[in-house]
Design a protein around this ligand. Structure first.
Ligand code: HEM
Length: 463
């Protein structure tokens, strides 16, 4: 009996000591004082400041907050408590140095559509494994082999636009979609292109819809298309297994036995990569077409660079080495990524109470590094509203230029994106001229920043 009481006493003392130690550690880590929340306002109950954010250009909202409260401020939007950050150092802390304390976060409806097992939603071992596989397929060594096929897609796209009034963004989406399929399925891509396209286009219509899963709603149709996509992918997997061939594309990488991924995990990540690759690259290409048209001296410099390259080539067709001889065009891409900042910000969530630059970010709060504000701050870029590719003749200051994010979730497809842009710009500038139609000053957020109405243009062959 006495022994049992002694045990009870020891166990409760141990639990009490752990509790006290935990409290002391917390107090010590927050400097023994209850830290304040960052400055800012939370708006109306429930609604917060969502209306202020979405009733105007979001950048006006961010800029007025930064002016009032500085580079870290709190707000409440879309039903979430948020801390927004716009200093390069703070962005690095969230995305790189303390990335284990800030996990990626997305609305549940996005997870359901893309698939819960997709790379974006994960941290830790599973994320590292997927990242290794994706990086392996998109590193220069792997994608340099598909330059001729990318070029053929670019040439065919441009030929089909010739003499037409086109919506640049719509057409660039098709091009970026085809390049994404090529990088995922290799040469088999053409076999599945139409079926996958049909389902993927129905799925994307539901991305920004209300998550109401009743027959007839956009969300319901998108979920149906999602199931259909999984079926097509299951068919492709089974065909590849029967053929027992080694493939060096992304699907081949995912299917390696040693990786032990389930079919569901593979499907979620294929759909995820298409999602990450298509609208992003298409938006950037659309902005490049606009900026080149608006800046004739830049267009001339790019055209001369590309024509020179074409002239000096003995055989027809571009190769990987050629794409490394395009410094002016490369700077145009960098400046477009900065000026357009198609991804204005990203989302993270604090996994525990975090002390951050003297403030408390409570567990569960969202943290948004504001890429666009970092790219448009005069502290980081002189005359930031001016489109000036020559600014990239000198490397930007550390952490001030992050169009592809930073840290463990940064974009593994950035080399492929730059490659497909360079290839298309080569053929666009050496063979065609184009004119923009309709109003040219508006920006849409859908959700990526985009010229108004997707930039209608007419394109014709140079004489
Ligand atoms: C110019 C075009 C592109 C831009 C501007 C872009 C931008 C980004 C950014 C900013 C992130 C990080 C998001 C975050 O930290 O929350 C990201 C992640 C990602 N991107 Fe891209 N991207 C582009 C093209 C592509 C392409 C072509 C692919 C694939 C072929 C791709 C695949 C991915 C994937 C899989 C992730 C998630 C990585 C992870 O969570 O570890 N992206 N992208």
């Amino acid at each position: 009996m006495e022994f049992i009481s002694l045990c009870c006493f020891l166990i409760s003392s141990l639990i009490f000591s752990i509790f006290v130690l935990n409290k002391i550690l917390k107090l010590l880590s927050f400097g023994n004082v209850k830290l304040p929340l960052p400055p800012g306002t939370m708006g109306w109950p429930y609604i917060g400041e969502t209306f202020q954010l979405y009733s105007q250009n979001p950048n006006t909202f961010f800029a007025s907050k930064i002016k009032k409260y500085g580079s870290i401020f709190k707000t409440h939007v879309l039903g979430c408590n948020c801390v927004m950050i716009s200093s390069p150092e703070a962005a690095k802390l969230v995305l790189v140095t303390k990335s284990d304390l800030f996990k990626p976060t997305f609305p549940a409806s996005k997870e359901r559509m893309l698939g819960k097992q997709a790379i974006f939603f994960h941290q830790g071992d599973y994320h590292s494994k997927l990242r290794k596989l994706v990086l392996r397929s998109f590193m220069p060594e792997s994608i340099k082999n598909i330059v001729p096929q990318i070029e053929s897609l670019a040439v065919k796209s441009l030929e089909s636009w010739e003499g037409q009034l086109i919506t640049t963004f719509q057409e660039m989406k098709t091009y970026a979609f085809n390049v994404a399929l090529l990088s995922i399925f290799g040469k088999d891509e053409v076999l599945y292109r139409e079926d996958l396209k049909e389902c993927y286009y129905s799925l994307e219509k539901g991305y920004n819809s209300m998550p109401i899963n009743f027959p007839g709603t956009l969300f319901h149709k998108a979920m149906k298309a999602r199931k259909e996509l999984s079926k097509i992918l299951a068919k492709i997997l089974s065909l590849r297994r029967q053929m027992k061939m080694n493939h060096t594309d992304l699907l081949g990488s995912f299917m390696e036995d040693s990786e032990g991924l389930t079919d569901e995990q593979i499907a979620d990540n294929i759909i995820g990569v298409i999602f990450a690759a298509r609208d992003t690259t298409a938006s950037v290409l659309t902005w490049i077409v606009k900026y080149l048209a608006e800046n004739p001296s830049v267009l001339q410099a790019v055209t001369e660079e590309q024509e020179e390259l074409k002239k000096n080539k003995e055989e027809n067709g571009l190769n990987w080495a050629d794409t490394k001889k395009m410094p002016i065009t490369t700077r145009v891409i960098q400046e477009t990524l900065r000026a357009a900042s198609i991804l204005s910000f990203t989302f993270r969530e604090a996994v525990e109470d975090v002390e951050f630059n003297g403030y408390l970010i409570p567990k569960g709060w969202k943290v948004l590094p504001l890429f666009r504000n970092i790219h448009h701050s005069p502290d980081n870029f002189t005359d930031p509203e001016k489109f000036d590719p020559s600014r990239f003749e000198v490397a930007p200051k550390p952490n001030t230029f992050m169009p592809f994010g930073s840290g463990i979730h940064s974009c593994p497809g950035n080399e492929l994106a730059k490659l497909e842009i360079l290839v298309l710009v080569h053929h666009l500038t050496t063979k065609y001229r184009w004119s923009m139609m309709g109003p040219q000053n508006g920006i849409q957020y859908a959700p990526f920043a985009l010229p108004q109405n997707g930039l209608p243009i007419t394109l014709s062959l140079k004489r």
